[in-house]
Design a binder for this molecule. Structure first.
Ligand code: HEC
Length: 139
């Protein structure tokens, strides 16, 4: 009498704990996901000046892109062929600037370079961080 029930429990336990194989396999065209916070491979991260590798999530990157658009940075900057050429092309800005550089520059360019032509950008600290993370991945 008891045995079938135990077996049933056992079966339902094991089937619950079997990981979903689709989640664990490298997906060749990893486009469609529910993995907003999946960590990018190491070349998607930036190395802050102290040499630590910072892990960046796709969620942070997409939030940063939204901030870029919402703030109208493209009024003065090109990014992947879109925008204006008033300021430098930001398409590969992550090759030149780290997250820290960007967080210092964007709200107050003159604090980095007193001659800078870019007006200071008023931006919430949290948004600034996402924006800097996003731009740092462009390399
Ligand atoms: C009114 C025009 C204008 C706007 C708006 C503007 N920028 Fe700029 N930006 C510039 C100019 C001009 C420079 C070049 C400054 C210099 O070196 O003198 C610059 C430089 C930069 C740089 C340094 C790039 C490099 O390669 O040295 C970054 C990064 C940057 N801007 C990001 C942004 C972001 C992000 C926004 C939106 C939040 C933004 N900018 C909005 C005009 C603008």
């Amino acid at each position: 009498m008891v045995l079938p029930i135990l077996l049933l429990l056992l079966v339902s336990c094991t089937s619950d704990s079997v990981p979903d194989p689709s989640g664990n396999q490298p997906d060749p065209d990893s486009g469609q996901t529910e993995s907003d916070d999946r960590v990018l491979p190491s070349d998607g991260s930036t190395s802050p000046s102290d040499g630590e590798i910072r892990q960046i999530s796709l969620l942070e990157v997409s939030k940063g892109l939204r901030v870029y658009i919402a703030h109208g940075c493209s009024q003065c900057h090109l990014l992947i062929d879109e925008g204006s050429e008033t300021g430098p092309d930001l398409t590969l800005v992550g090759q030149r600037m780290t997250i820290d550089d960007l967080q210092a520059w964007i709200p107050e360019p003159q604090s980095v370079n007193p001659e800078a032509d870019m007006p200071a950008q008023e931006i919430e600290p949290e948004d600034l961080e996402y924006l800097a993370i996003y731009l740092s991945t462009l390399k």
